[in-house]
Design a protein around this ligand. Structure first.
Ligand code: ADP
Length: 739
């Protein structure tokens, strides 16, 4: 294979550009020519200028742009055989016999039909003399690979589609903004989000933004009861002191009989039955727009890279594949099988078979819905209080991580809902030592879902020898039955110490869960830590601006990120901003590396390069510091280019948590509380750390901490993301006049 085409089709989605950039550069790196087909299948049918060769530079500077640089369209003609015949002719004329298609199930169906028909189309075209006879021999088959691009996250075969995370960002930002005005006026708002057959955006948006009621197509309510149920719940919320009422509705929501539930219906109901001043906000195309999130940039990049490799190894007789992501790993599955199941789900929905739809959406979707149902109650359910309700404490330890408040809110509500008393320990271990604790009620944590910082305070201090006695006393006097420690290294280390001192202090025999919340993403037992996604998004926003500031001059930036000894933020930040060089402690920096980098910079800038971007972890090297590197590049760059440093600093720890951090924080909090409740009273209650691995939540025993933790550098011994380094290297290397 030496010439391939790439097209984006169907609805546009943020992150498509990252995928295009990745496909083009990875292919060029392998010596494959790439043609960009404009406006989806329309360009393939029209041919000519609509199919253009792409270069390394032509995909420079697009990572941070929303939409798709090669355009997308819906094309009726491609649905006809005649249209596809024209398309085949145009591809043959360009010598293209491999295609990467980014789109939804419609687009991928079209691709599959086209591939099946190809040999016949070619035969027909040679017969009529429209293409030379030897083409039939030269292009007997078309190979295709599909990438899921859609904001709706409605594609089977991948956990996330390209664009869904960014859409959730837009939705969450909008609901956060609406919540603040709604609570000022004690108003009700109905927020309508996209999703005709798929309630993913509505549900996750509601979960992330702490909405008070939700309607999704998968869970249609009873036609005679939904108005009463909603009004009772929202009315009770008001009585409990809630200042805002936010109802999220998916555009395709309906009741059990299939009657649509529109935002207007909801507004009228709230006004009529509750006398609430109610406003409607239809988010519409805002959800599609804007700069892609860090996750979508990296998802597009990683999937694009995999698609080229898949295409190269596909033989004509192989089934075409859809490349997706599951649990941070690239997965490939039969394209047609994925399309078939996706379409089955749509038709089940249109036949009102919602039970089956919900089942096919998977357990993650179902449990998120269940969590949402509990968290947006106006207060704890009136359960028969267990004879002896447990007392479960929550605390932080470590630096601030966005999402800490989200976790505490979910933990407090989930525990209270089961009749237990929830306690907050203030300011980390010093608070536990002093006995600084307070009961937290349902309404105490109201509004915490999206607040950055840590309302109950956090602290990096770890207990010293004499402090364990005081901790034991706090646990005893506070009658603490179980403990959730939300934070980073200091939390894990301290709990490990307590775990080892159970003989000395029998009070320490209580269930303890450590929940990873640190922007550094350096806790073992979890591929992702709460706060890291927010920090990564802060980094890319800052770097995007830095890149823009440099366009007018020839300048090289050395950007320093946080992360302790863990290079996660640096590598993922570099991948998402198109940095040409990433320096991390895991790899180290040698003098020879710096010499090579200087050479590359000098050659690049002397050939007309305008911007250099190097990203360095704060502890990448003790001697070759950021300052050292800046001075080195400056001296060597002489008249050719300027060098500036940008130390991003504490903005990385601040800001409101991203939807991902809120959703995962909530899920982990709920499971941690369930774990603690289960373990209380056990003969040997377990101490564990919770985490996300392979897309699933799991618990690891504290006894495994030493095995997994690299004690010298406070990071896991094995880090999954290190496998992504080659992708970053390919994309940034050689000839980048632009990043
Ligand atoms: P999506 O890919 O987002 O599901 P559509 O369903 O609108 O979006 O499909 C986008 C385009 O893909 C259509 O306009 C058409 O060009 C092509 N397409 C969709 N379905 C088919 C089909 N059954 N046969 C051929 N082409 C199709």
């Amino acid at each position: 294979m030496n010439k391939i085409g790439i097209l984006t089709s169907g609805g546009d989605a943020p992150g498509m550009n990252a995928a295009i950039r990745s496909v083009v550069r990875v292919a060029l790196d392998l010596g494959i020519e790439v043609y960009g087909i404009r406006e989806g299948y329309q360009g393939m049918v029209e041919g000519g200028e609509m199919i253009r060769e792409m270069t390394w530079e032509s995909v420079g500077g697009i990572l941070q742009r929303g939409g798709t640089m090669i355009g997308t369209a819906r094309c009726q003609e491609f649905k006809t055989r005649e249209g596809r015949r024209k398309a085949a002719k145009n591809l043959v004329n360009h010598g293209i016999d491999g295609l990467i298609i980014i789109g939804g199930d419609g687009s991928l169906t079209g691709a599959s039909i086209f591939r099946t028909e190809w040999p016949e189309l070619i035969k027909g075209l040679t017969k009529s003399g429209e293409i030379p006879a030897e083409s039939a021999e030269k292009y007997p088959n078309l190979v295709i690979v599909g990438l899921p691009g859609s904001i709706d996250n409605d594609m089977f075969g991948t956990e996330m589609t390209i664009g869904a995370d960014t859409a959730l960002h837009r939705i969450t930002e909008a609901i956060d903004a609406i919540t603040s005005t709604a609570s000022s006026h004690q108003r009700s708002f109905v927020v309508e989000v996209m999703g005709k057959n798929c309630g993913y955006l509505a549900m996750m948006g509601a979960l992330a933004a702490g909405a008070d009621w939700v309607f999704i197509p998968e869970v249609p309510p009873d036609p005679d009861a939904w108005k009463k149920e909603m009004c009772e719940a929202l009315g009770a919320g008001r009585k409990a002191g809630r200042r805002d009422s936010i109802v999220v509705v998916a555009e395709g929501a309906c009741d059990k009989k299939g009657n649509p539930i529109t935002s207007q219906d909801i507004k009228e109901t709230l006004e009529e039955k509750l006398g609430e001043d109610t406003r409607i906000t239809i988010l519409g195309h805002v959800q599609r727009g804007g700069s892609p999130s860090a996750f979508d940039r990296n998802l597009g990049t990683i999937l694009g890279h995999a698609a080229v490799h898949e295409l190269r190894k596909t033989k004509p007789e192989d089934e075409p594949q859809l490349i997706g992501m599951r649990g941070n790993r690239v997965v490939s599955s039969s394209l047609m099988e994925c399309v078939k199941i996706t379409q089955q789900i749509s038709s089940l929905a249109s036949e009102n078979q919602f039970g089956k739809v919900l089942e096919l959406r998977g357990s993650g979707f179902q449990s998120a819905y269940k969590i949402l149902q509990t968290l947006f109650q106006p207060g704890p359910k009136l359960v028969k209080k267990s004879d002896k309700p447990f007392r479960i404490a929550v605390m932080h330890s470590g630096g601030p991580a966005p999402g800490m408040n989200t976790v505490v809110r979910a933990a407090v509500r989930w525990g209270s809902d089961q009749g237990h008393t929830m306690l907050g320990i203030y300011n980390g271990f010093p608070g536990l030592i002093k006995g600084d604790l307070k009961e937290l009620s349902w309404m105490d944590v109201s509004g915490w879902v999206g607040q950055g910082g840590a309302e109950i305070g956090t602290n990096r201090a770890v207990p010293s020898e004499g402090d364990y006695y005081s901790i034991a006393r706090t646990i005893e006097e506070g009658r603490i039955d179980g403990l959730l420690v939300v934070g980073g290294e200091s939390g894990y280390d301290s709990v490990y110490e307590m775990f080892g001192r159970q003989k000395e202090f029998p009070t320490f025999r209580l269930p303890i869960v450590c929940l990873p919340a640190t922007i550094d993403n350096d806790r073992p037992g979890s591929e992702l830590n709460i706060g890291a996604d927010t920090a990564l998004n802060s980094i890319i926003q800052a770097v995007d601006k830095i890149k823009q500031s440099a366009v007018a001059s020839r300048r090289c930036f050395v950007v320093e990120t946080m992360g302790g000894y863990c290079g996660y933020l640096t590598l993922m930040g570099g991948l998402a901003t198109g940095a040409e060089r990433v320096y991390i402690h895991e790899e180290g920096i040698s003098l020879q590396d710096l010499q090579n980098d200087v050479d590359l910079l000098v050659t690049g800038f002397s050939q007309g390069k305008r911007l250099g971007l190097m990203i360095r972890n704060e502890r990448a090297h003790p001697v070759y510091t950021t300052d050292f590197m800046v001075r080195l590049f400056e001296v060597e760059g002489q008249e050719l280019f300027d060098v500036r440093q940008a130390i991003l600093g504490h903005q990385q720890q601040g800001g409101n948590p991203t939807p991902f951090d809120r959703i995962q924080g909530t899920r982990m909090a709920v499971q941690s509380i369930d774990f603690i409740i289960n373990e209380i009273g056990a003969k040997d209650p377990r101490n564990v750390f919770i985490g996300l691995e392979g897309g699933k939540i799991k618990f690891t025993g504290m006894e495994d901490y030493t095995r997994l933790e690299d004690w010298d550098y406070g990071r896991p011994k094995v880090q999954w993301w290190m496998d992504l380094r080659p992708i970053a290297r390919v994309l940034a290397q050689s000839g980048p006049q632009q990043l």
